[in-house]
Structures are given as structure tokens and as C-alpha cells.
Design a protein around this ligand. Sequence first.
Ligand SMILES: [Zn+2]
Length: 153
Amino acid sequence: MYDPAHRARTPRPVIATIRISATIRGLIVDAVAAVLPNEGCGVLGVLNGAVTSVYPIPNIDAAPDRYTMDPATLVRALRGAEQSGEPIGAIYHSHPGGPAYPSIADRATDVERDWVHVIVDLGGIVPTLRAFRLTETSVFPVEIAGGHRLGDI
Ligand SMILES: [Zn+2]
């Protein structure tokens, strides 16, 4: 039976959205496609909930099933993004054979916990992007919206 009092007490799932324009999406997909068959990776500048810049980072594992970002390139990207006023707020990597879902290793990745993880699934006919917030034990989906301004959706 529906019980509004109970519903009000029930914690709601985290709802979050990140905006990725078609142009930015294309830059991410091109960057990870360029390093196939290996996983591609990088970080994303985020301003007001929208991805504004793409920083591809070499995957020093050069492997199709894992990635480690080149530390020196990552530090340069972090500094450059900070100086540009569009700090890094998200991380991306590809799954060349899919799926667009975080692996156990992805959940353990040691990055800023409030960064959004974007995963590019290249296993299908059309690349699929999905976004998540991760902890070692939990995966929270993050909605990807288009490049609208706030209030347009
Ligand atoms: Zn992964």
C-alpha cells in the first residue's frame, strides 16, 4: 500500500547530470578511437556542470583491458585546466569491447571522488557514452545531457 509518510523518509538516489555537447562528444570519441585496440583515457574540464575541454592522456599500459594515465601529462592537464578557469571535473576512458559500465578496477581507481567518470563503449556499431560517480562499493549513474544551457532542458 502506498504510504506517503514512508516515502518521504526513504533516501532518494543521487541524481546528477553532466552536459556534453555533440562537439565535445566527438572529441572524446575521436581520441579513444585513435588508440584502438587499446583503452584510451583522459580528463575533462568542467564548468557549471558542462564539459568544456578534453585532455587526452596517453595510456601507459597500452592495453585493451586497462589503463593508467601518463602521470606527467596528467599533471600538465591539471595545471593547464586550473589556469584556464575550467578545472578538471571528470575523467574518461574507453572500453574497446564494451560494456559502458565501470569494472571493479575502475571503481578502485584512485582519483578525486567527486569527479564524474565517463565511459565510452566502442563495442557496438555506434559509440555509447555513459557517466557515473564511483566509490569502491557503489556505482551511481549520472545522466548525460546535451549542450543546453541551464534551464533549457
Ligand atoms: Zn574501465
